[in-house]
Write a protein that binds this ligand. Structure first.
Ligand SMILES: [Zn+2]
Ligand SMILES: [Zn+2]
Length: 410
């Protein structure tokens, strides 16, 4: 029987289940598999499993992976809304261990500020960006609307950000994986790292990390799929990213021939092989190219892409036919970096103006910080004539002079 017929036989509540079972539709298990199968048959799209964590099913345990309640970043909702980009629920928000927004560095919210209720991750009358209970808009870009008790110290904040960046990277590169990650490789990586890179033993590593000795032993043998929180603890002690930990057969290629020797002399923070870097760059490019395709097809207007490991950030913007857009286009620069394909980028003056425009519409702190960053970094290199001329035409004179003052230029 085809999956289409199967779905038709089931009511939505049967498919999604009731109560907390509904959370599993984003996950790695049976429900996500069925749902993706059915949706693929209905939509003829073959990439829907990337909307879930299914590609990681073999290497990340279902236990403790997903939130029971919906969580969101009010600032993200508000920014998307104000910038007229599509409002959506990132997969990252459904992961239990993601506690903060990677862009706004504040805790994700689980309680509606209007009706004070928690919500299931999906319900019959779900509306993106709105409360499922009272229907009100959940976006908000005011500062300090959140209880920050969760993040007590700078160290804790950094730990949370590190976790969410690791998870974000994982979600971002999923569509570029050539083959699903495999538990045997992961267990191999874990044991190689503990025994050869750290030159430790399972009991010693257990004492150091506070993780159960038997559990570590079972991971090393590939008998147990690790839970996400444990994987994140491992990445901390092994000093590699979650993505590397789960896909890393390339990481140790340099020492492949000699890696059988238990006394192998490997530096504590292994340098990545050229192959690995190359692959990483290709993955980033693929993500960018997919995003460009989305823009071309009109599915998105702007997209911000961050390569979490290098913190390289790219904003892709659709040009309209305005005189400002034409000026931006004519002043673009060809970036020619060794080892990278050449590509065009907007000039710093145009980025400043564009970000001031966005910032004015959304009162976005991020755009303001970016503007100040560019002004400080570029300093005297900027073409102030061009900046002020366009600031006048775009009605940005006051805000530009405020930015120049804050950046210490005026
Ligand atoms: Zn956010
Ligand atoms: Zn509500």
């Amino acid at each position: 029987m085809g999956k289409e017929a199967k779905l038709q036989d089931e009511s939505i509540s049967k498919v999604f289940g009731t109560g907390r079972d509904r959370t599993a539709f984003n996950g790695t298990g049976f429900m996500a598999t069925n749902l993706v199968g059915a949706m693929s048959a209905l939509t003829r799209r073959l990439d829907l499993h990337y909307l879930t964590l299914l590609p990681w099913a073999q290497v990340i345990s279902k236990r403790g992976l997903l939130r029971r309640h919906r969580a969101w970043c009010p600032k993200c909702y508000q920014e998307w809304h104000d910038n007229h980009t599509s409002v959506y629920e990132p997969l990252l928000w459904s992961i239990n261990t993601a506690q903060v927004c990677p862009y706004h560095h504040q805790p994700l919210q689980e309680q509606c500020p209007h009706c004070h209720q928690q919500q299931l991750t999906i319900s019959g009358d779900s509306r993106t960006g709105h409360c499922n209970k009272c229907g009100k808009w959940l976006g908000n870009n005011r500062q300090k609307t959140v209880v920050t008790s969760l993040i007590k110290s700078e160290a804790e904040r950094n730990r949370q950000l590190n976790i969410v960046n690791n998870l974000g990277e994982l979600v971002a590169v999923t569509p570029t994986l050539n083959s699903p990650p495999n538990l045997q490789k992961v267990s191999n990586t874990i044991s190689t790292y503990i025994l050869q890179v750290l030159k430790s033993s399972i009991p010693a590593f257990s004492r150091q990390s506070g993780m159960n000795k038997a559990t570590i032993g079972l991971w090393c043998k590939g008998k147990v799929i690790p839970q996400i929180d444990n994987l994140l603890v491992l990445t901390h002690y092994l000093e590699i990213s979650l993505l590397d930990l789960l896909t890393t057969d390339l990481l140790l290629t340099d020492s492949k021939n000699s890696s059988l020797s238990p006394k192998l002399n490997v530096v504590k923070q292994p340098r990545k092989s050229y192959n690995h870097l190359y692959l990483e760059r290709k993955q980033v490019l693929n993500v960018v190219l997919t995003a460009v395709e989305d823009i071309k097809l009109g599915r998105e207007r702007t997209l911000s892409i961050t390569h979490t490991e290098t913190i390289a950030n790219a904003d892709l913007i659709v040009m309209d036919n305005s005189p400002f857009a034409e000026a931006q286009m004519s002043r673009r620069k060809l970036l020619d970096m060794e080892g990278m394909p050449r590509f065009w980028i907007a000039s710093p003056e145009d980025i400043v103006l564009q970000k001031l425009l966005w910032g004015r519409a959304s009162r976005s702190e991020k755009q303001w910080r970016d503007v100040l960053g560019i002004l400080k970094l570029q300093g005297d290199n900027l073409d102030y004539g061009y900046l002020t001329q366009w600031a006048e035409r775009l009605g940005l004179v006051d805000i530009l002079s405020q930015a120049l003052t804050e950046a210490g230029i005026l």
